[in-house]
Design a protein around this ligand. Structure first.
Ligand SMILES: Nc1ncnc2c1ncn2[C@@H]1O[C@H](COP(=O)(O)OP(=O)(O)OP(=O)(O)O)[C@@H](O)[C@H]1O
Ligand SMILES: [Mg+2]
Length: 289
């Protein structure tokens, strides 16, 4: 049994897309996992991190984005195979050969407005569930990179994926996003909600006293179940967002201590994921370990 995970913090700019990118590339390059990244943000950040921006644009113009898939299934009520909306073998890391992408689209907001206007929320939720059930059987991990805030589609992901993972910067406002999400998860509990795999402290300046203070504060809250490994603020992670047309090795893209931190984080995720799947009653298999 494999996992579907949304990367979510209601606050923007906390490192959600970068965490999605680095986990996908690390789990592919180091552990050989099959990964599907679903870009559920109108800004298509993770799409342009994983693919040449002009290719992303071409896919958007051809109507082959994640948004176009849900427009067909939900607004048009037509059957279409989701695999036709997947770009295989993305990423500029030449040893991350098992990362696929469902590209984001700028018309996401319009789509969500139509869903609400037509009262199609339950059809959307059903479509999200069917999609995840099928994608789960083809991949070890499906990562959904969410937009900040809580939209109609983001709520569907949060209620239908197995788990969510929350990056948070060690600062005051980013922790508000976590509180908001935590409070939301407690509402309408009969509708179901993903289990939290934990909070990943991101963009930590290892020399800043304030960052250490906020880190301590985040860790003190047992609800956060923070990952031991922190993602440091690093130039290589800032530039990782810039897709490199010439493929490079994992070790070149994520050198030294930064790469070590990412690999440690991915290893921790594998352990937490296996334990959480077992708690959910799924028999862990080799692929998800
Ligand atoms: N560990 C890091 N070190 C340095 N820069 C980082 C790090 N993580 C992310 N960044 C940079 O910080 C900015 C915000 O990161 P990112 O886009 O991943 O956040 P986000 O939560 O997805 O934002 P949004 O809410 O807008 O989708 C980007 O410019 C990214 O390159
Ligand atoms: Mg983002």
């Amino acid at each position: 049994m494999h996992s579907t995970i949304t990367i979510m913090n209601a606050k923007g700019g906390v490192g959600k897309s970068t965490l999605t990118l680095t986990l996908a590339e690390t789990l592919s390059a180091v552990h050989g996992k099959r990964i599907l990244v679903v870009d559920s943000d109108a800004h298509s950040s993770v799409s342009t991190m994983l693919m040449r921006p002009d290719w992303v644009q071409a896919i958007q113009q051809q109507g082959r984005t994640m948004v176009d898939y849900f427009i067909t299934v939900v607004l048009k009520n037509e059957f279409v195979n989701w695999t036709a909306f997947v770009s295989a073998g993305v990423s500029d890391v030449d040893d991350a050969r098992t990362v696929d992408l469902m590209t984001g689209g700028g018309h996401l907001t319009l789509f969500e407005r139509e869903v609400s206007k037509e009262g199609l929320e339950s059809r959307l939720r059903h479509a999200v569930r069917n999609f995840l059930n099928e994608a789960r059987s083809s991949y070890d991990f499906v990562f959904v990179d969410s937009a900040p805030g809580l939209s109609v589609l983001t709520e569907c992901w949060l209620r239908e994926v197995d788990f969510y993972l929350s990056p948070s910067k060690p600062d005051y406002i980013s922790t508000h996003g976590l509180q908001f999400l935590g409070a939301f998860s407690q509402r309408d509990t009969e509708m179901g909600f993903a289990h939290c795999l934990g909070v990943v402290i991101s963009m930590k300046d290892i020399n800043a006293f304030e960052d250490s203070q906020y880190e301590r504060w985040l860790r003190q809250n047992c609800k956060h179940t923070c990952f031991d490994q922190v993602i440091p603020r690093a130039t290589s992670l800032q530039t990782a967002a810039h897709f490199c047309p010439r493929p490079r090795s994992y070790w070149a893209k994520y050198p030294g201590e930064t790469g070590k931190a990412l690999r440690q984080l991915a290893a921790e995720l594998l352990v937490r994921n296996s334990a959480a799947l077992t708690r959910k009653g799924h028999r862990p298999d080799r692929a998800a370990e």
